[in-house]
Design a protein around this ligand. Structure first.
Ligand SMILES: Cc1cc2nc3c(=O)[nH]c(=O)nc-3n(C[C@H](O)[C@H](O)[C@H](O)COP(=O)(O)OP(=O)(O)OC[C@H]3O[C@@H](n4cnc5c(N)ncnc54)[C@H](O)[C@@H]3O)c2cc1C
Length: 492
């Protein structure tokens, strides 16, 4: 509310400004009744309404909040209020572009202007291009160009100080109470119990807390049991914190060489990077960024579905994977390192289509963002821009040993393992837990003692090479499957 491009512009150019928010049925009708994000948004809109009233110093000047289909609701409100223009922010998701094109057309028919502004990212669309005028597909040169381009104006606050009376009272006939979650078909979720707090004030508490820890980010960010990252993603996603404020926090120390600030700023730049990828390559939202990767024959049918279910439910028998899936299922958050681990496991080890995993994340992540989620999944499946090499696979055992050495995170989310002593076998890279009843383990240990709950990744990797046409084709062209396997899995 205090750093908002559309409101900033409206206040600058209009005598009277109204604020409105539509709970869009085109989005909401497909969501489960217990969706955490809807409770988050509802809480944030309530706070926004109160802030708006306080800023207006006029009790009847609250937000106009509606539950319906966005296009007709916006058009109806614009006509009822008799406004000259509707202002909002860019949203480059394909479905949103279609929606906004309809709004533009219908408003134009009614003689009302429609203005949209960049607000969600620092640089968007074609603002950062290569010297030959094309979009970047690799992160590091994009980041260098981004850093070269940024100026104080790009990160300046878009202030929203209105003159008295400018935030206008809602006309009597249009005053309505904000729809309750239950009236929209949703059950309120106890977000506080998950340590999630909606709204700008809560976001500022997280910003303050992270500002004290930013210097350590480089050293702590990869350890899921440690409070390393900012946990701001859900606020960035829903606009309850300004990306410009976060860049203003990280940029000065980053320029002075602070490694934590530099790495965190890089993460914020990844966010811009994936948004410009979505703008320039919308096909990647449904297909592999690199078309040849659409030729992979993924594990389907009964086996694929059973393995996918085991992955979703955290029943793979790989403690780090299962604990990470428990984290997303219980809280809607998953640590970045674990997102990479579970995505790699699903795609590279189980041979399941990255889009299945992407969809699961889309439904469960509080911070689900089409561009970042798609980018993360395509990165993990090596089918995307800036892809990691196709033969790189995150070994969940090595990852546990390196990033959760005492199993603190694992034990937090798999309490059944709380009493177990963890021993790492350096030679086999096998984490020895008590036997699990997991589906995957039963399947993967065919013919072996059932007391071996975890199969070394080397076996998994090798067996999947046989079922992975792209990997097999590439590896045989290069150096032959066996050499490829030994390169990939030197510990085997
Ligand atoms: C398979 C996969 C799926 C992902 N899906 C999403 C998603 O739907 N939404 C989402 O916001 N992030 C996604 N990420 C990126 C990253 O995991 C989260 O942004 C991060 O874990 C959020 O936690 P945080 O706010 O504490 O992050 P911090 O480490 O504090 O980072 C600060 C901010 O930088 C941005 N950021 C960090 N890493 C990335 C990244 N790799 N790509 C883009 N932006 C990044 C986020 O906005 C984040 O809030 C995904 C990553 C992977 C590997």
């Amino acid at each position: 509310m205090d750093d908002h491009t559309a409101l900033h512009t409206a206040i600058k150019h209009s005598d009277k400004v109204f604020g409105c928010f539509v709970f869009d049925r085109d989005i909401l009708d497909g969501l489960p009744a217990h969706d955490r994000r809807v409770s988050f948004i509802h809480g944030a809109v309530k706070e926004l309404d109160q802030t708006w009233r306080a800023m207006a110093n006029e009790p009847n000047a609250g937000l106009l909040v509606r539950h319906g289909h966005a296009v007709p609701e916006i058009i109806k409100l614009a006509k009822q209020l008799g406004v000259q223009a509707v202002l909002t922010h860019h949203d480059d998701e394909p479905a949103s572009l279609t929606r906004d094109a309809k709004v533009l057309g219908e408003l134009a028919n009614a003689g009302i202007a429609f203005h949209t502004f960049k607000d969600h990212v620092v640089f968007e669309r074609s603002e950062v291009l290569t010297q030959s005028g094309t979009a970047y597909g690799v992160f590091t040169p994009y980041k260098n160009a981004w850093l070269k381009k940024i100026s104080p104006a790009d990160m300046a606050e878009r202030s929203t100080h209105a003159k008295p009376g400018q935030l206008a009272p809602t006309p009597v006939g249009l005053r309505q109470a904000m729809p309750e979650l239950t009236s929209m078909g949703f059950h309120p979720v106890d977000l506080a119990a998950l340590h999630i707090h909606p709204g700008s004030e809560a976001a500022q508490t997280l910003v303050k807390d992270f500002a004290k820890r930013m210097t350590n980010y480089e050293d702590t960010r990869n350890f899921p049991a440690v409070k390393g990252p900012s946990y701001l993603s859900v606020h960035l996603r829903f606009g309850t914190v300004s990306i410009r404020q976060l860049v203003r926090l990280a940029y000065p120390p980053a320029m002075k060489g602070n490694a934590g600030a530099q790495t965190w700023l890089s993460e914020l730049i990844w966010r811009d990077f994936y948004h410009q990828i979505m703008h320039h390559h919308p096909h990647a939202m449904t297909h592999a960024f690199k078309p040849e990767y659409d030729a992979i024959e993924w594990e389907k049918g009964k086996t694929g579905k059973a393995w996918f279910t085991a992955w979703c439910e955290g029943q793979t028998g790989y403690p780090l994977v299962d604990a990470a899936m428990a984290q997303i299922n219980q809280t809607g958050y998953m640590h970045n390192r674990l997102r990479m681990v579970v995505a790699s496991f699903l795609v590279k080890d189980l041979g399941i289509d990255w889009r299945w995993g992407e969809q699961y994340f889309a439904l469960h992540l509080n911070d689900f963002d089409l561009a970042a989620n798609n980018g993360g999944w395509q990165w993990a499946s090596s089918s995307g821009c800036d892809a990691q090499p196709y033969f790189r696979i995150f070994n969940p055992i090595n990852q546990s040993e390196k990033f959760d050495p005492q199993g603190k995170f694992i034990k937090r989310y798999l309490p059944q393992l709380a009493c177990c002593a963890i021993r790492w076998s350096a030679r086999k890279k096998t984490l020895r837990w008590p036997p699990s009843q997991s589906l995957l383990c039963e399947r993967r240990t065919q013919g072996k003692s059932s007391s071996l709950a975890l199969v070394p990744m080397v076996c998994l990797g090798q067996c999947l090479h046989q079922a992975h046409p792209v990997l097999r084709r590439k590896s045989s062209r290069k150096s032959g499957t066996s050499k490829f396997c030994s390169q990939c899995f030197p510990s085997g």
